[in-house]
Every structure is written in C-alpha cells, then in structure tokens.
Design a protein around this ligand. Sequence first.
Ligand code: PEP
Ligand code: MG
Length: 321
Amino acid sequence: QKAEWAKLVNESTVSKDGQHVELAANIGTPEDVKGVLENGGEGVGLYRTEFLYMGRTQLPTEDEQFDSYKAVLERMEGKPVVVRTLDIGGDKELPYLDLPKEMNPFLGFRAIRLCLEEQDIFRTQLRALLRASTFGNLKIMFPMIATLGEFRQAKAILMEEKAKLQAEGVVVSETIELGIMVEIPSTAVMADQFAKEVDFFSIGTNDLIQYTMAADRMNERVSYLYQPYNPAILRLVKMVIDAAHKEGKWAGMCGEMAGDEIAIPILLGLGLDEFSMSASSILQARSQILKLSKAEMNAAIEQLLNMDTAEEVERFVRDMF
Ligand code: PEP
Ligand code: MG
C-alpha cells in the first residue's frame, strides 16, 4: 500500500468523476515544509504560528518572524501557504505574557480576541507577514473569529499596517487572500454574511466540534461527545461550504476531520475545496479520493444530514465502501 501511495506524490487529486480538490498540510515550523513536499502536499493549509512564540522567554521580533514566513513561502515554491495569525490562549499558554488564570480558558481571552486587545503583538506579526508576502503565495487567516465586527477590525488593522509599509517604500503583494477560521458556531451560522467579506474559509473542526457539542477537547470524560460525524456538525460544515460557493469563494478544512477516512467521502460530497491535514496523511487521502465519485457522494448527502446519530452516519459510509 505504501508503495502505491508513493507513486502519487506528484499527482493532482482528482475524484473518479473529475472533481479536483487540493490536499494541503498543517505545519508548525519552516522545517516542516520538507515533509509536506515529500508527501505530495499541494500547499500549506494551516501554518500554526504559535510555535514561533512558544518555548522562549520573550516575544519574537518582527525580523525573526519575517525570516520564518519568508522561509516557508520560498520553500513552498509558489504553492499556496495559509498563515494563521497568533492563536494563543486556550490550551496554548505563553508564560511571558503573564495573562490572568481563567475559569474557562477555551471560552476566554485567546487568539484574535487577544490580538485585537494587545495590538502591538498583532501589528508586529502582520508587518512581518506583509513584508514576506512577495516571496510566495501568501494567504492570511484569522483564528477564532466569532463576529463580523472582529473580522472587520482585524482587516482594518492589516490594511493600516500595509499602508504604513508602503509609505516606507516596502513592496507588499497585492494578491494576498484574507480568510478566517470557522471554528465557532456563531460564525458557521453566519457564514453567508461572512462570505461576502472574506476571500476564503477554513473550517477548524477541532474547535468547532468542541464548541458545538459543548465538550472540552482535552477532557477524556466527555470525549464520547467529540463526534465529527454528528449530523449537527455535518450541517454546519455544509452551511459554510454552500455560503462560500454562493459568493464564489473557496472553503477548506484544517481540523483533524479533514484527514479522516470516514469524513473524506462526506466532505467531497459536500463540495469542500481544500483538505488540510498532517503531511503523513496526504498520500493516503489522495489514494482514497482518486477512487471516489463526488456525484455519488453528493447524492447521499441529503440522507446523511437527516440521520439521527453519528453512529448511523459512520455505519452508512462504511457500508458504502
Ligand atoms: C481547529 O480548531 O480545528 C484547528 C485547526 O486549530 P487548532 O487545532 O490549532 O485549535
Ligand atoms: Mg482551533
């Protein structure tokens, strides 16, 4: 099987009935790019920049960040690279920021919420990204967006930094796409409104499932509620993809669900455009998608969305193959 997958490294990912999808990888550092290319990744769908900030005693400087972003963009040789702005808080702590302990860290002061408040940190990162933007195909993505107001504010700050850089004579790419993670139910529900203003969505199912099911993703005792195949999750995912397509935008997924062999046929049927997963899963996913028909999966969607339980969905997909 490994040998069969290895032959697919330079293939594109096209279903049996001709639907092309992009298989991208989630990375944490520039060193991870090697594995992405070796495994046939067509892009980076999620660069988790938190790692630049972790395991040290102070914030990374603009130049340090610039070097990392430039390295990833260059090593990806023009393939798309979605960089997520700082998503700290929740399970990811930064000791040197000295933030107060919270009762519910996953519902607290994290990610974009922190960046909009601590704007020095946010602006430094955005400047580093904008400066690096001419070295490849950069897309910028904001994490944990819950309201349109947050997106508009974050975008306005990005535009301000872009204007400042240009006034300083720095060349910034004019083709940077700007998107959001859809990982909070309010945003999935409002996806039709967001789709008018963003360039793309990336569905973060790790958090979307935890928030939709109200089940802490770190808590073993409630892990039975962590149900990617629950029709409630599938309906939200469908809303997001449909909303994007209605406005001519693309929708990806960068949560664990994107690389799951039961979820993949469903997501193909729902029309997902980009699947971002750990690099080691890409060839297996490609091999699977080559054998699937999008039309056949699409015809089963209505039925899947109207099932009662996650177990029923899983059984149905297993029986199909
Ligand atoms: C997610 O929430 O699905 C996601 C990809 O982000 P993270 O796992 O970093 O929270
Ligand atoms: Mg998340």
